[in-house]
Design a protein around this ligand. Sequence first.
Ligand code: ARG
Length: 584
Amino acid sequence: MVAPVQLLGDRLLGALKTVLSLETYPQPLLLPASQAKFGDYQSNVCLSLAKQVGKAPRQLAQEVVAHLNVDDICQPVEIAGPGFLNFRLKPEFLARSLQAAIGSDRLGIPPAPEPRRVVVDFSSPNIAKEMHVGHLRSTIIGDCIARILEFQGHDVLRLNHVGDWGTQFGMLIAYLDEVYPDALTTANALDLGDLVTFYKKAKQRFDSDPDFQQKARQQVVALQQGEEHSRRAWQLLCEQSRREFQKIYDLLDIQLTERGESFYNPFLPAVIEDLAALGLLVEDQGAKVVFLEGFTNKEGQPQPLIIQKSDGGYNYATTDLAALRYRIEKDQADWIIYVTDVGQSTHFAQVFQVAQRAGWVPPHVTLTHVPFGLVLGEDGKRLKTRSGETIRLMDLLTEAIARSRADLEQRLATEGRSESPEFIDTVARAIGIGAVKYADLSQNRNSNYVFSYDKMLSLQGNTAPYLLYAYVRVQGLTRRGDIDWRTLSPDTPLFLEDETEQNLAKHLVQLAETLDFVSAELLPNRLCQYLFELSQLFNQFYDRCPILSAPEPTKQSRLTLAYLTAQTLKLGLSLLGIRVLDRI
Ligand code: ARG
């Protein structure tokens, strides 16, 4: 099932090439129509090219249409207004496209013709600091982007750029030595409890005792020099954090390869040397910096990006430069995607600029920062606990599951159903976690969003529970339809007579182009919108067209539409990282 927008685009390009010979043609040539009265797709290419080729737009449109053969896909192409082309898909084309999806896990969607090697850098929390809601957004959005690119056949490397290096470790190791002097010699794995609290206590010691500060600084040097004791203490702290992070990833069903900042330590000196050799590195008040183009400070002076501090230490940006080179040279990435909060936009713009100017980014490589907004509480302020503390992610997820369980138990009681504890656990967890993910993904990531358990768990509206129930209903219907899916073949006849059948079919064939849009713009909310509209179109169809009581062969055709709707919901939700349930 190739996206109609692509099929039509190819044909239109062919016609344009016959009529005009230009070096380049505008892209995209056509778009989904803004209103139903303009058909399904619309092109303004004749208007945009008319001036350049010295023809009246309508005349150009007539010539193009005369060479455009799309009879197998749409009704005769209409020339509207000053020279728009309107395309309306034919029911026969819709039926054929849907038949091609039957029996295919991918719903007949072909993989990308030119697969890319993509690094998606996401989640990336910091060791011993809390993994906060910002990291949750990065984790959910990054995973969804990775899933969609993987589905499209790209070769994706999911990297967790954990903050596992930096001067804070001096303080943590010094504090560990003080409170658990035997930490490294005890046979049993040490349980430091909550590392965030541990961090806070270490910080208090650091701020109040100059002797302790001295010890902490010595530990920084020892760690950098690879001294055995410091190294092992550092590893122990990382291990502790890693275990906590993993619990969250398991609960969220997230796969990630950890490659923290420390991994790039051996490559930092080369960043300095190479930037110096290129003449980009400048000494500024004892630090080594690159002066940025287009970034100025308050006084209007060019702003420096510090690559090496005056004490010889390296920065967050230095590590990102080393990581970027490694990913291009060693990982052979041709697209690197970084998913972080919008607050880091400047950081990435600066790192990208320095890498570009240093010639480290070959022309075939794309660098993309995918920013996202804040998570707000229902009071419209940054999400916090009642006492003003940062919310622990584990608490937030557990709460979502607990509330979803309460809703479920109440519903079971009303329906007089009794279910096993395993069933209740599975459903509560799937809905609770699905709701948190969907609430995040369904918002345009560029805006802030309000975190509300009530809204995300609601059965009404654009929510995960709504879609999960929709799937169960459609799927249940097909099960009752006494139809053996294994016997369904691409020859199963499909009759798209009613308008609601046609609208549903049209939407179903638009999955491929929706995914293309989502991966080009990296906007998962468009996939959520697509799935929500799909379930609404299905409801309209179901209200108007009897399925199980319809005579054959209509019954079979309608059941097939229902089946394809269920499969599309299942696939779409799985690309959002949400697993469907067969029964709720
Ligand atoms: N650890 C950083 C933070 O918590 C995010 C890292 C993002 N990735 C990167 N390559 N800089 O803010």
